[in-house]
Design a protein around this ligand. Structure first.
Ligand code: PGA
Length: 262
């Protein structure tokens, strides 16, 4: 603790038009120096990645505003007959440094299993992208007291075969499904409990020193008014923000809380 980076990512999902995406990126970039101790990543719809890269003035691994670009999804193969898919190297080519992998919407609506998430995360790492690997239980699973079992299974399955270097090059996002887009945020205690469990699992996979370096984000209805208390928890190192990332001021206000907690 203390030395871990703070990283807040905005998952724009399938929202905004091109002009709105550009304006949002410019708004975030112009305020990014107010939260200098916290890294920012924007994950626009893939069709707007080039426009946002341009708005951020990104050039091959260089971001003058310090704001990074991420994909929302990728394919696990480097190229070929995969209509509609995007290869990891294409994300790098357009200026991305990271990519969300295994978001709960991908898992539930598009059938992504832990095995698929594992393949995609490894493909991202092989290409030089930071995978933001998402896990989280449903409301039913929480009510059945299965949160720890479900999250453990997702972590073990999604990170199978990871080396310590793979793990420190990744971000984990704990997103309880019942908190995503619902306005129902996990209490800081609920979130911290699962983050600590995840860190314990990461230590089992590798070793304690490695686990202590891994950034674990919380996601699920993070807003400016609840980010401060979440950021103060020992194992919450950042946030993956959906709805509130669509407003530059809200997104920056969230990041500021994490910058101040660093
Ligand atoms: P939310 O979404 O902030 O709108 O709840 C979070 C996410 O899906 O990553």
């Amino acid at each position: 603790m203390g030395t871990r980076r703070r990283i807040v990512a905005g998952n724009w999902k399938m929202n905004l038009d091109r002009a709105e995406a550009v304006a949002l990126a410019e708004g975030v970039a112009s305020g990014a120096n107010s939260c200098a101790n916290c890294s920012l990543i924007l994950c626009p719809p893939s069709i707007y990645l080039a426009a946002v890269a341009n708005a951020l003035k990104l050039s091959k691994g260089n971001s003058p505003s310090g704001v990074g670009l991420g994909g929302q999804n990728l394919h696990n193969q480097p190229k070929g007959a995969f209509t509609g898919e995007i290869a990891p190297a294409m994300l790098i080519d357009i200026g991305c440094s990271s990519c969300i992998v295994g978001h709960s919407e991908r898992r539930t609506l598009f059938g992504e299993t832990d095995a698929i998430v594992n393949e995609k995360a490894k493909a991202a790492l092989a290409a030089g992208l930071t995978p933001i690997i998402c896990v989280g239980e449903t409301l039913e699973e929480r009510e059945q007291d299965r949160t720890a079992a479900v999250v453990t299974e997702q972590i073990m399955g999604s990170l199978e075969g990871f080396t310590p270097a793979d793990l420190t090059a990744s971000i984990i996002a704990y997103e309880p499904v019942w908190a995503i887009g619902t306005g129902k945020v996990a209490t800081p205690e609920q979130a911290q409990e699962v983050h600590a469990l995840i860190r314990q699992q990461l230590a089992t996979l590798t070793d304690e020193e490695t686990a202590n370096q891994v950034v674990i984000q919380y996601g699920g209805s993070v807003k400016p008014d609840n980010a401060g208390i979440l950021a103060s928890q020992q194992d919450i190192d950042g946030a993956l923000v959906g709805g509130a990332s669509l407003k530059a001021d809200d997104f920056l206000a969230i990041a500021k809380h994490f910058a101040e907690a660093s």
